[in-house]
Ligand binder design. Structure first.
Ligand SMILES: Nc1nc2c(c(=O)[nH]1)N[C@H]1C(S)=C(S)[C@@H](COP(=O)(O)O)O[C@H]1N2
Ligand SMILES: [Mo]
Length: 248
């Protein structure tokens, strides 16, 4: 592996509060603000972001603290089109018997579940006991009929850029949801509405906002942040980041 970078030191990988992150994150962040190239395999890519630096991409130009609550706004793109019941669609495809497309009203017609757990971002902030509701991902997978060779899921988003991944075993957990409600209200655009993924047992970067595609794949394809070094298996407290960080 070869790494080229400027003389500038890499940023504090944990961001504002110095949250420890894994070695691969450090590699991924070499050369922030200049040009950093990480040769990690066939896919070489320019690297200039960490989860912490994109927190500042606030399209409102105000604060990255969302008004009225303790969440921070995150988006890897500077603007995201709005979608509602008229134009929102969620597709389920890939290694399935029956590819499906859902409107919001279709999702509302499926069995609904609600879970209440702490939200934990890998950079340290946490929002305790946050209700999410919607349909279980397993319900959608069952409806589509996963082929025997389907062992993982790739999630895509209508921001056009963000991606996420889960193994099939993780995806079938009862605490992994295709959520349409957050804090007992429809998910706002800023929070990834009308539909976001909610992976309760993992760091919040797994919970892809503006969810538009669920593709069953043979292998795990690392998502946006995972390509940049964050853990694919992002169990809270058992992967890079930490669960005992202060709320910021
Ligand atoms: N599409 C998309 N989903 C995303 C992100 C993003 O940048 N784009 N950021 C992730 C991260 S790092 C976090 S902490 C949460 C933030 O969700 P919030 O903006 O509702 O607080 O969304 C996750 N899902
Ligand atoms: Mo995050």
């Amino acid at each position: 592996m070869s790494t080229s970078h400027s003389a500038a030191p890499p940023p504090d990988p944990g961001g504002r509060r110095g949250t420890p992150v894994g070695r691969r994150v450090l590699l991924g962040m070499v050369g922030l603000g200049a040009v950093g190239v990480v040769a990690g395999g066939p896919l070489q890519r320019l690297v200039s972001d960490s989860i912490d630096t994109v927190a500042e991409k606030d399209p409102t130009g105000l604060s990255n603290l969302l008004p009225g609550n303790r969440f921070r706004y995150y988006s890897v793109t500077s603007s995201v089109p709005e979608r509602d019941e008229t134009n929102y669609r969620l597709t389920v495809d890939g290694l399935v018997d029956k590819p499906m497309t859902y409107k919001l009203s279709d999702l509302a017609g499926l069995p609904q579940h609600r879970i209440v757990k702490d939200v934990q971002c890998v950079t340290g902030w946490r929002v305790p006991q946050t209700p999410f509701a919607g349909v279980r991902l397993s319900t959608l997978l069952d409806a589509a009929g996963v082929a025997p060779e389907g062992k993982a899921i790739r999630f895509t988003c209508f921001d056009g850029v963000y991606t996420e991944s889960l193994t099939m075993e993780q995806a079938r957990r009862s605490d992994v949801m295709v959520a349409t409600s957050m804090e007992d209200k429809p998910i706002t655009h800023a929070h990834g509405g009308p539909v976001r993924l909610y992976v309760a047992p993992m760091y919040f970067y797994k919970s892809a906002k503006w969810l538009s595609g669920i593709t069953v794949t043979e292998d795990v394809k690392p998502g946006y942040w995972e390509e940049l070094g964050y853990d694919v298996d992002a169990w809270v407290g058992r992967s890079n980041g930490r669960s005992d960080a202060p709320t910021v």
